[in-house]
Design a protein around this ligand. Structure first.
Ligand code: NAD
Length: 428
């Protein structure tokens, strides 16, 4: 018996519309570029949008309907690439925005990919492991007409993890009749995943932060205080790598709030506490803070690594960080960007700062296609090389045009896709 359509969208008012943010950023960036108007209009649109409603049997025998999306924003530079998000806040507009940002991110760091994103309206914490497996496999089978190592390659995002990527790889492989590890990235290493993929996004955020601090003339790393919103894949690995390098991480948070110690948190101990208690609250030797308080704490670097629409015109005037390094996709609205810029707060934009994840996903895909695997040292060396090259491209563009790093990153990326589109021509 089908009992409910699980598409409750409980927090829509609270979060600014991500697609409006993505389009506003695009419209601003193209004003600085000399690109044909037809090309500008073409790149503004998602290429394909797929909506699917599908049943999942719960452990108690009920069948519940779920809604999922997959959007391919662009395939101009190669197969579309982008994560899959499980959250009750997923909307088609959010997925469109995330797909568009993937196009620009892949283009900025010069990967041979277009941009995509997927999402399912579900709270993964409300499901058993067996239910999550059935949901993931059914969603994956619905995506099979779109997905392949040469057409569209998913990866993890908020609410999804390597085990789910293994189920996607297995579902696809069982359908075609042979193993195809390159169809999805972010898999566990024992089924064709890459060493370093789990850590890649958080590590890349810190690689960009270190470069930004160096370029901005900060040398004294023990005195740099870092505040991180989000303690999932991106936030926890960013915190761990920053701590390993000798920086002071003074506050971290998850969806239920955070903890703060102005003298620095013992991040390995915080990770252990979080693994045991599934919460940060009441960590010994730190004060509890709300997410709203955390974003305006005194610090040198703020790393939003949770979700989009967190830094808005309401809190941007009160942010005390000297620098923001965006771990999340789209955490800052365009109005907030202007306020931060006016206040002289330096911002390393998402499509550069969190590109480490898709860069190592690309390495994973290359390794799977070649059936030849690299050691961790090689992964991190190549990751650093590509990130620093992309940082340099962005900083040069910013300097040449007298624009912010966000604008420069978007301009470099849009220009690359636009030129490729002009070379390919409009079909037919
Ligand atoms: P995750 O699900 O592993 O972790 C998300 C974290 O954010 C959790 O700690 C969660 O509790 C917290 N959170 C969720 N909603 C929140 C809210 N309203 N306020 C404060 N905290 C909240 O997800 P992730 O993979 O770490 O992704 C985080 C962000 O980074 C997303 O914007 C994602 O698109 C982006 N990103 C992820 C990757 C990747 O490789 N995983 C790559 C690039 C960008």
């Amino acid at each position: 018996m089908v009992v409910a359509l699980n598409n409750v969208n409980h927090a829509l008012e609270a979060i600014p519309n991500a697609y409006q943010t993505a389009l506003a950023q695009y419209d601003r960036a193209v004003q600085h570029l000399d690109i044909d108007d037809n090309v500008i209009e073409y790149m503004r649109w998602p290429r394909r949008e797929f909506t699917v409603n599908f049943p999942v049997r719960r452990d108690d025998g009920r069948v519940e309907m779920f809604t999922g999306y997959r959007v391919h924003h662009s395939t101009v530079l190669g197969p579309s690439k982008g994560g899959i998000r499980y959250s009750l806040d997923v909307t088609l507009d959010e997925v469109r925005a995330l797909a568009m940002w993937m196009t620009w991110k892949c283009a900025l760091v010069q990967l041979p990919y277009g941009g995509a994103k997927g999402g399912v309206l579900v709270d993964p914490k409300s499901m058993s492991q067996a239910e999550l497996e059935r949901l993931t496999r059914r969603y994956a089978s619905e995506l099979i007409p779109l997905m392949s190592p040469h057409a569209d390659i998913p990866a993890p995002d908020m609410g999804t993890n390597p085990q789910m990527m293994a189920w996607i790889m297995d579902t696809y492989s069982m359908t075609v009749g042979y193993s195809v590890p390159a169809v999805v990235t972010g898999k566990p290493v024992n089924v064709g995943g890459s060493l370093g993929r789990n850590e890649a996004t958080g590590r890349g955020v810190i690689v960009c932060m270190v470069e930004a601090l160096k370029r901005q003339g900060y040398t004294d790393k023990e005195n740099i205080r870092i505040v991180i919103q989000g303690f999932g894949n991106v936030g926890s690995h960013a915190a761990a790598y920053a701590h390993d390098l000798g920086y002071k991480v003074t506050a971290v948070s998850d969806v239920n709030g955070g903890i703060h110690n102005p003298n620095g948190l013992d991040i390995p101990a915080v990770r252990k506490y979080y693994a045991e208690n599934r919460m940060l609250k009441d960590f010994p030797g730190a004060d509890n803070v709300t997410n709203a308080e955390l974003l305006v704490l005194p610090c040198d670097v703020l790393v939003p690594a949770a979700m989009e629409g967190q830094i808005t015109r309401n809190n941007a005037p009160n942010i005390k960080a000297k620098m923001i390094v965006e771990g999340a996709n789209g955490p800052t609205t365009p109005e907030a960007d202007d306020i931060l810029d006016d206040r002289g707060i330096y911002l390393v934009p998402d499509i550069l700062a969190n590109a480490g994840g898709v860069i190592v996903s690309y390495f994973e895909w290359v390794q799977d296609l070649q059936a030849f695997f690299w050691d961790e040292e090689e992964v991190y060396r190549q990751l650093q090389r590509i990130l620093l090259r992309s940082y340099d491209t962005t900083a040069n563009m910013a300097e040449k045009h007298g624009v912010t790093m966000r604008m420069a990153a978007q301009m470099s990326a849009i220009e690359r896709v636009g030129k490729a589109l002009m070379t390919r021509g409009f079909y037919p």
